[in-house]
Design a binder for this molecule. Sequence first.
Ligand SMILES: [Zn+2]
Length: 179
Amino acid sequence: MNRCAIVEDLLPLYVDNLLQEETKQWVEEHLPQCPSCQTALAQMEEVITVDLPNPNEEAAKTIKKVTRQMKRYEFILVTLAFLLAMRTTIIPELTFNGLWAYALLGGLLYAFYRTWLPPIVLSFVPSFLYYVQDDFGDASFTEIIISVASMGTIYTLLSLIGAFIAYAWIQALQKEEQR
Ligand SMILES: [Zn+2]
């Protein structure tokens, strides 16, 4: 029997990884020796990638559109959030509003950038800058750095909480879109 004909019949199953281990090995033994079956396999893989319907495509499109709209306001909103964060940092105590501002900052930044770095950097840097010029008396350099860094960390954590809420929200929206 023509081995190529059998291999070609098996290729759809092979591509979908549905063959028994033994059959799979048999196909794999044949492939390197046979350019025509290799071509058939390549074509099949191509067709599968092209034809595969993407259920997320619509959702991705919607999200892209929303992201594009958000990008337009991104600079203004991020600047506002940053200023808000700076202002709250300058208010000495961690007031409830202050917590809010940082969570909001983190949430906005995450929603815009979809990564965790901006919420971390943009909350750590302003609080760090603010506290580093504080009067530390005769504290040593290490003490100053630790104290400033821990203040920065508190704000960063708050910002990350906001970012996480945004993350969870975006995930939920995406799931909703996929339905
Ligand atoms: Zn062949």
